[in-house]
Every structure is written in structure tokens, then in C-alpha cells.
Design a protein around this ligand. Sequence first.
Ligand code: ATP
Ligand code: MG
Length: 424
Amino acid sequence: MAVDNAKPEPLGTILLVDDDSINLTVFGQCLAPRYSVLAATSGGRALEIACATPKPDLILLDIMMPEMDGYEVMGKLKESPETRDIPVIFVTALTSDLDESRGFALGAVDYIYKPCNLAILSARVGTQIELKKARDRLQDQNTYLETELEKRLRENQLIQLELLEAEKLAAVGQLAAGVAHEINNPLGFIYSNFNTLQTYNRDIFDLLDAYERCVGETPDAAELMQKIQHLKAEKELDFLRNDMNELLTESRDGLARVRDIIQNLQQFAEGNDNEWQLTDINKCLDITLSIFANGQNAHCTIHRDFADIPAARCLPARLNQVFLSLLVNASQAIDTAGDIVIRTGHDRQQIWVEIADTGHGIAQEHLPHIFEPFFTTRPPGKGIGLGLSTAQSIVRAHHGKIEVCSEPNRGSTFTIRLPIQQAD
Ligand SMILES: Nc1ncnc2c1ncn2[C@@H]1O[C@H](COP(=O)(O)OP(=O)(O)OP(=O)(O)O)[C@@H](O)[C@H]1O
Ligand SMILES: [Mg+2]
């Protein structure tokens, strides 16, 4: 028969503290088969061992010792973060209730009288070691969960940032489409005008050349006049004079429109995303409207109803993004023709902006979800479903609120409330 002589793994480490070495020997012999046992004959030495590695899982502490008594040792153990969690059992000849309650008041987990029954001592030590091990396991799990939670929070923050970037890009995409359309139009007629002007220019110089030739060839003034009249008629000089002027004026207007669009674009995106500025929200709305009111949204009639509102501290470029998202949603909800009404107002603490449309409205079952990231009812590839969730994050960053009220087939109204003052 094979005999397993290997010593079983100790169930824990116990520090025995007693100035009487006989006690140390007796307790040590009782506990050594199941535990790894350390011993100290003074309070000072006990504190040293308690801080060293391996750290004891339990301390059996005598009270009456010279130099430093057990109560003082206990006080010092509880003072240090390194040792305050080690459970302590007082094992003492002091048997009065007063001593026992003082021991518990100092934080002992048990109190055993000397001389003691070794079986009872062993059982009570066993209970405390099991409790300590369970506490350690819980602590480990807590630490693991806390790290996991922190990791997840960091990951979430990163995802949130990526989403914001994605939405910004999507907004820029929408903008680019609208702006391209707007710039294309004047550029188209400026280009065509220039072609015509080039032909006119050639005609005028042809005419001048012909004049010169006539003057050289024809000395008779009457005949000369006749030839010139004929040439003027042939080149339609009167028409050319008027049309050239018109084409130049039209082209200049077209160029001014391109310049305005570019200026509006600059103002729309103006300012650092993180730069809080005292801002006129009506102006933000006008800038956003100037960008929104392009050919793509021509089926919407815009109505402005702005009140005199105080300047508010905000991130203007971010708010422009919110207003544009709401306007684009409103335009997308209007199928053939409809109205978008933009109102502003304020009370003592808040400014509000209302964007109402006469579009197809939002179904009752969709209302609780529209601010969720990626919720969209638009066909695949048309909407990401980030417009409103981003708008909500931006408004919340301003300590404001965004609310919606909608009736299917009647339209929707989004209201943004922003505090006039921002806490630092
Ligand atoms: N004014 C509105 N009228 C009707 N439905 C709306 C309106 N605004 C939002 N919705 C609904 O809320 C959904 C979510 O809007 P959100 O702006 O977040 O995403 P999206 O417009 O679908 O896509 P994205 O804005 O990312 O291009 C829309 O798909 C639509 O169903
Ligand atoms: Mg949208």
C-alpha cells in the first residue's frame, strides 16, 4: 500500500504572541498540523512579523506582557493599513467581563480564557481562518470586478468619442452635399456667362478691326457711316452692350453668393469644440439656417420667430451641429412640401429653442427610442441613427435638456432648454 507522506498544504498562517514560551509551545503543537505557525514573545516582535511576508491570516494575542501589552499591540495593528485587516483573538488569563469587552471594543474577533481547552481553541481558530479566507476571496473578486468595471468604463468612453467623431463626419458629409449643391449653382452660371462673354469680347474686337479697315479703305464719310452701321447691325452691338452688362452683374452676384457660403461655413464651424463662449444663440441659428437653406431643403418653408434673448455661455460650433441635425431631421420628415418653424425665447434662467415641423411625425412606439444611438427608421445606408443621440449628449454637456412632442401625420416639435449661466 502506498503511503502519502507529503504534508498537506497549510490552511493558513497563524501568529502566536505570548511572553510565556510554554504557552507558545503548547498552542504551536496543537495548531502546527493544520496551519503554518509563527511565534513572537513580545509585542514589538509581533508587530514586525505582522508586517512581513507571509502575512499572518490570524493572530492569537496574549494581553499581559511586559513592555508592550496586548491592548497596545492591538491598537498599533489597527492603526496601520497593512495590518488592520488581520483578525486577532485575545488568549488571556484576564477573565473579567470588563477585560473581555475592552478586547472586543478594540476590534478583536474572539476572546479565549487561559488555560484553555485545546480542542475549543482549535475549533475557534478554524472558524476565524475560514472567515478570513472567505473575506479574502470576496476582496479579490471585488478588486477584479472594480478593475473590470474601470476597463469597461474606459472602453465606453472611447466608443462614445468614436461615435461623436462618426456623427461629426456624417454631419460634415450632409453639409458637404448641401454646400456643394449651393456652390455648384452660381458656379454653373458664372462659367456659362464667361463663355458668352468670351464670344462677345471676340465680336467687339472683330468690330474694332473692321472699323479700322473701313476707315483705311473708304475716304467718303457717308459711305463709311453706312458700312459702320452695317457692321454694328451684323454684330448686334446694342444687344451686346446690354447683355454684357447683365452677364457681368449676374456673375458678380454669383461670386458674392459663393463668398457668403464660404463665410457661413467658416462661422458654422468656428471655434474650438471645447471653447466655451458667451454666444448669441439666435445668431447660431441664423448661421446654421444659412447653411441648411440649400437646394436639398427647398421643399421646406422656413419661418423664424426669434425673441430677444440674452447671450449664453456655450460651445457654439457644437450647438450649430445640434441645430443642423434637428433641421435635417425635420426636412427629412417632410415629404413633398411643409413648414419648419424655429422659435426662441427665455425666462430668468433658461433659453429655449423650438424647432417644429409639419412632417410625418414619430410613431408612438418609436418615441422612447429616438435618442438611443443607432436608432433609425430611415432605409439602410441613409441614416446612422446618431443625430439625436449626439444632439442629446451635446445639450447635456451644456447642462440642458432636449424634449420632443410629436403627433403622427401632424408633425414634431423638438425643444432645447439651455441654462444662461454655466457653473464652472
Ligand atoms: N422631426 C422628425 N420627424 C419625424 N421623425 C423624426 C424626426 N426627428 C427624428 N425622427 C426619428 O428619429 C430617428 C432618429 O433620428 P436621428 O437623427 O438620431 O437618426 P437618423 O436621422 O435616422 O440618422 P442620422 O441623423 O444619423 O443620419 C429617425 O430615424 C426618425 O425615425
Ligand atoms: Mg438625423
